[in-house]
Ligand binder design. Structure first.
Ligand code: ADP
Length: 289
């Protein structure tokens, strides 16, 4: 219905009074909404503060706990080593089997504690990057030496491709080595036969990509993102035997980000996997917040 225009002065006055009233109602509604929004902001702020506190507490707890666990685990490992080396006399076959079992479990526990401690440090922002100039060839040969004693499956070859045209890198070589060690040990775990190939290529201006390609069981596309989250594992018959912590890839992703880079996965079930990390040739310090 069209609004009738007031024609007499009285009607005009009445209409004016009505609009004034409406404007006043609107103003007070707006003020109320404003107060609501401010209260919401305050609530959000305090929740963010609580969340920060909880994260800090969790990281600190993880760091203390992992640290405290290290000493007893290391003594268990040392004692099992002494026993297996027959320092305290001979062992029966059954005793050797049992001590080996304790040793394997203690080693697995130690790895989990190390991963937890590293994750806690990353989350608390307490990881220091110590960059230095180094040659890829040296890193590859150190990795080759590290993996030699654990290559127990004769059906799998671990190949390090000779890095070609890769300049000297300026980054934290220990952190890069930690990422590659995670990729390689996973590849060896999930490859019953074939090969695990480690290589490095230049990737765009000022970046290098390191890849670890395996001919193993592969990973379905559904898991390609979640696999980089804490405690994430893909169920498979192999997985049941291997256990592991599900922390290695999450840690690798966070370390790569700290080094100014990123991780990537290409894989399909039955077709093997390629895990790669791309880093700047020269680390340029912490990214701007
Ligand atoms: P962990 O190896 O201790 O379980 P990770 O975070 O390193 O923890 O790996 C998480 C999971 O990702 C593994 O448990 C496995 O299910 C899957 N995965 C990792 N690397 C491979 C690979 N090369 N081939 C197949 N599956 C893999």
């Amino acid at each position: 219905m069209p609004h009738e225009k007031p024609t007499t002065p009285e009607a005009l006055q009445a209409a004016l009074a009505e609009s004034e009233l409406q404007a006043q109602t609107l103003r007070s509604e707006l003020e109320e909404t404003n107060r609501g929004v401010l209260a919401l902001y305050a609530e959000l702020d305090s929740q963010a503060e609580q969340l920060r506190g909880a994260t800090e507490l969790k990281s600190r707890f993880l760091a203390y706990m992992s640290h405290e666990f290290r000493t007893p685990i290391n003594s268990i490992r040392s004692i099992t080593r002494l026993l297996l080396d027959r320092v305290d006399g001979p062992l029966t076959e059954e005793q050797e089997r049992q001590v080996t079992f304790i040793q394997q479990n203690a080693t697995e526990f130690a790895e989990m504690v190390d991963d937890l401690l590293d994750l806690a440090k990353v989350e608390a922002g307490r990881v220091e990057i110590s960059p230095a100039w180094f040659e890829m060839v040296d890193l590859f040969s150190a990795l080759r030496g590290m993996f030699k004693p654990v290559l127990t499956n004769p059906d799998v070859n671990l190949v390090f491709e000779e890095p070609k045209d890769i300049p000297k890198l300026y980054t934290d070589d220990r952190k890069l080595s930690q990422i590659l060690r995670n990729f390689i040990s996973n590849a060896l775990k999930f490859t019953p036969r074939g090969e695990v190939r480690v290589s490095a290529q230049l990737a765009g201006p000022g970046h290098v990509t390191f890849s670890v390609a395996d001919t193993g069981i592969g990973i379905a596309a559904d898991f390609h993102e979640s696999i980089f989250e804490d405690f994430s594992q893909v169920q498979s018959p192999l997985q049941k035997r291997l256990r592991g912590t599900g922390l290695g890839l999450s840690l690798s992703k966070k370390l790569a980000q700290l080094l100014g880079g990123s991780v990537r996965l290409q894989s399909a079930p039955g077709k093997g996997s390629v895990f790669s990390v791309t880093l700047p040739v020269q680390w340029e310090g912490a990214p701007a917040e």
